[in-house]
Each structure stands twice: as structure tokens, then as C-alpha cells.
Design a protein around this ligand. Structure first.
Ligand SMILES: *Cc1c(COP(=O)(O)O)cnc(C)c1O
Length: 454
């Protein structure tokens, strides 16, 4: 049996029932299946093209932040998509707009925005961050938006779009933002971006310290938790010094359901602590809103059309995996345990070095060559990366990570810095299945004998 067969039966039934609703409107245009053979041929051609992907579904794939969505999510998406509601306005899709509000209430409760908040889904984390930075610029026109050197690269880009000054905060050897630098520039800053789970190595930036500087210097805090946000659910199992409980003190927060929320792409989200942020979006388009005085999601968003199906998919997923420790949290615990287990294996293996202890479920590591220089390290680890990929179905799929030499040397001062950058290996263990596979992955890695790289 195909792994998706039971789900397809559910979809078939649901589609048939939904068709009854469609037919209630009469059958003036009877549905005639057309071109079935051609469609079958095209879909099979697509299937063949799709097999050129890396095996994102398999724990052998421990590279980038990629994994297939949960079946409940694509079932819900597929069903809703046959109607194709548009969540830009209530009239574009009343039920999926309601679902969007329901899931946002759950997200708000998760981050600890208790009484009031404003929030909605977006197409992705970049747009969600753009909105938050747009609000930041509107609140403090003329002031700077600051983010650490480890922040997502799109913050700088979006500041250019917004014509806002961007200030890069240097980071130390442990990847943490330089607090003295923030203090020095405190009065120029309007909003500071704190990344809760950097895209590179999953670092949690020092929220407590940054909040303190924020109140000292009167700047706002935007939490980019696009990757890490859902880890709030298992805060009791994460290092205390990460202060997840302070997330509710942030002025705005971005979390991507299409990263750790089991969703297909096209699902980010943004939340504002103060609903007054909505006033920067308000407009009255003459053609969009017709029937309701109720809140229109399009009124508090930079985007117009958005898939109602995304809201339906996330809503259905949260019915199955509630936003608590035993719901979605149970998935995150496994990914986190997988990363910790893998880090332990690297640490205790001769000739291998762990670059960072995982704050979440991402870790950087490398094999140390005989010749201890940055170029030798980069060559050897690139070879290991290639070896895994070249073995195809029996191999492993990691990612490469580039670090400036200066930062690497702070941690490993005995290495000769013969170039500007060093390339390490990096793994994102974001699938539950990783937990039972990391031992095998480590075994395969450790048994590689790449040809001498020096
Ligand atoms: C992934 C990510 C983004 C960008 O989000 P997209 O959904 O890819 O647009 C921004 N910030 C962080 C920390 C991320 O991990």
C-alpha cells in the first residue's frame, strides 16, 4: 500500500461530500471530466521531474530547513483549494478567514499575548518581517532598525525597501550580539530585531538583556522567531537562559508555520502586541469590502490575495496537534533530542569537532584534517558533504555553512587562518524521524575515508 493511500480515501470522501454542496447551486454547468488521459500523462511527467529532488522526507536528509508537511495539512489544503477562498477579505472566504482568526488566537496564546493583540498569516516569514519592520519604521520614522550579523539576510534588504537605516550588530565567538555595541547605539535605534533561532545555526539571542536595553533606551523589540517560535511550546525543556517566557514582552513576533508548524510553503505569520499597529495599514479600498463591518484581514496586511487554503491547512493541523507540549511540542522535543544526541556523538568522536552546542535542533560541525588550516578544513568537509550526496539512496544529505575566519579563530585559535572564510558542515534535524536515525547518520559520517585533502 502506498503511504498516502489511507489519506487519499479521506480526501475522496470529503471531495464527494463537498461536491453535494456545490450541486446545491444547481447543475446548469454539468461537470464533464476532460482530457483525463492527457492530464494523467502530464502528471506522470511531473512525477518524473519531481524525483530529481533531494529526499526531504527521509532522515538521511539532514541539510536545510526542509521537510514535507503533515498529511492532515495537505488534505485540508487540497480540499479547501478546490474552492480557492482568498483570505484578503472576509468576503473572499468567510470560513477560512474565521479559521485564520482562530489559529492566530492560538498563536497569540502560545507566545503569551494574553488580552489583545493583532495578527494574521502571511505568505512567508520575509513578508511577515517586512510588515513588522514597516510598522517599526512608521512608529519611529528616522530611527534605525538594528539586527545582529546572524539575523536573516532579508532584514537588511527590507530596510532598503523601506528606506530605513539598518544597523548591523556585531556578534561574538558564540554568535551572540555585542551588547556593549547596542548600548553605545541605543539612542539611534527605533526597533531592534532579536532572532529566536537564527537561520544559520539556530542561535537564541539574549532576549532578557536586549529587553533591558530596550527599556533603558526606549527602543522597540521585534522577535524574528520564524524558525524558532514553536519551540516556545517546550520551553521547560530548553536552557533557562534563553528566557522564552519573555517572548510576550516583544512588540512584534514573526513565526513561520511552514517551518516548524508542519505546513506546506506559503504560511508565515506576524503578531503585534499592541493592536494599534493596525492603524498603519488601514485603507478603504472601494472594491474589496462589501458586507461586513467585522475585521478584514486584508486591512491589517501589506499583502492582498492570500490562500485561504493555507489557513484551512494550519487550522486542521492544530486540531490534530494542539499548540501545547504534548501536541506540536512532542514533535519539537524529538527534533531537539535528535540534535543533542547528534552533537554528543560528534563531540565524542576522535577527529570530529562540534562548532556549536545546539540551542534548538540545528548544529554546525566539522572533521579536523591533518593540516590545521581553514582551507584544509573547508576542503575536507566539502568532500564529506559531496561524498554523502554522491552515494544517492544510500548516502546522506547535509548542508555547508560558511563562517568568517575571525569568528572561527576565536573558538579555535590554533587553526591557521589562511583565508577569509571557513566552510563547515551543518545539519537541521527538524524531522521527528531524525531521532531514531542520528546514530546511523553519525556512523556513516565517521566511516567515510575521504582522500587526503591537504
Ligand atoms: C526562514 C527565516 C526567515 C525567512 O522566512 P521565509 O518564510 O523563508 O520567507 C526569516 N527569519 C528567520 C530567522 C528564518 O529562519
Amino acid at each position: 500500500m502506498n503511504r498516502f493511500e489511507p489519506y487519499l480515501d479521506i480526501l475522496k470522501t470529503a471531495l464527494r461530500r463537498l461536491d453535494h454542496w456545490r450541486e446545491e447551486y444547481g447543475s446548469e454547468l454539468p461537470y464533464q471530466p476532460e482530457n483525463i488521459d492527457t492530464i494523467e500523462y502530464i502528471v506522470d511527467k511531473l512525477r518524473i521531474r519531481l524525483e530529481d529532488n533531494y529526499p526531504f522526507h527521509h532522515p538521511r536528509y539532514a541539510g536545510q530547513m526542509l521537510k514535507p508537511p503533515h498529511p492532515v495539512s495537505w488534505l485540508a489544503y487540497s480540499l479547501a483549494m478546490t474552492i480557492n477562498p482568498n483570505n484578503h477579505a472576509l468576503d473572499g472566504g468567510p470560513p477560512t478567514s474565521e479559521m485564520e482568526k482562530e489559529v492566530m488566537n492560538k498563536m497569540a496564546a502560545m507566545v503569551g499575548f494574553r488580552d489583545t493583540y493583532l495578527g494574521h498569516l502571511t505568505s512567508n516569514g520575509t513578508i511577515a518581517n517586512l510588515e513588522a519592520l514597516f510598522v517599526a519604521r512608521e512608529i519611529h520614522p528616522g530611527k534605525t532598525i538594528a539586527a545582529s550579523a546572524n539575523a536573516h539576510y532579508t532584514h537588511r534588504r527590507m530596510c532598503r525597501v523601506l528606506n530605513a537605516d539598518f544597523l548591523e550588530i556585531p556578534v561574538d565567538a558564540n554568535g551572540m550580539p555585542d551588547l556593549a555595541f547596542v548600548k553605545t547605539h541605543g539612542d539611534e535605534i527605533g526597533t531592534l530585531v532579536v532572532t529566536m533561532g537564527t537561520t544559520g545555526l539556530g542561535y537564541i539571542e539574549p532576549l532578557a538583556d536586549l529587553l533591558e536595553l530596550a527599556s533603558e533606551h526606549n527602543f522597540r523589540i521585534h522577535a524574528d522567531a520564524a524558525y524558532g517560535g514553536f519551540f516556545k511550546l517546550i520551553e521547560n525543556h530548553l536552557p533557562k537562559q534563553h528566557h522564552w517566557q519573555l517572548l510576550s514582552e516583544c512588540d512584534s513576533i514573526v513565526i513561520d508555520p511552514h517551518k516548524h508548524g508542519l505546513q506546506p510553503y506559503g504560511c508565515g505569520s506576524v503578531l503585534y502586541k499592541d493592536p494599534a499597529a493596525g492603524k498603519y495599514f488601514k485603507h478603504d479600498s472601494p472594491y474589496t469590502y462589501f458586507t461586513s463591518d467585522d475585521l478584514h484581514l486584508g486591512e491589517i496586511s501589506l499583502e492582498c490575495s492570500r490562500a485561504g487554503a493555507s489557513a484551512a491547512a494550519f487550522w486542521a493541523t492544530l486540531e490534530l496537534f494542539p499548540l501545547d507540549e504534548s501536541g506540536l511540542g512532542s514533535v519539537l522535543k524529538k527534533t531537539r533530542n535528535a540534535a543533542e544526541r547528534f552533537a554528543d556523538l560528534i563531540r565524542s568522536e576522535n577527529g570530529w569537532k562540534l562548532y556549536n552546542k545546539p540551542d534548538l535542533d540545528i548544529t554546525g560541525y566539522f572533521k579536523m584534517p591533518d593540516e590545521t588550516s581553514l582551507s584544509a578544513i573547508s576542503r575536507l568537509n566539502k568532500t564529506i558533504f559531496d561524498t554523502g550526496m554522491n552515494k544517492n539512496q544510500s548516502g546522506f544529505f547535509l548542508s555547508l555553512f560558511q563562517l568568517p575566519a575571525s569568528r572561527f579563530i576565536q573558538k579555535f585559535p590554533d587553526i591557521r587562518a589562511d583565508r577569509d572564510h571557513v566552510t563547515l558542515l551543518r545539519s537541521v534535524f527538524m524531522k521527528e524521524e531524525h531521532l531514531d536515525f542520528v546514530d546511523e547518520l553519525a556512523k556513516q559520517l565517521f566511516s567515510i575515508k575521504p582522500e587526503s585533502s591537504s
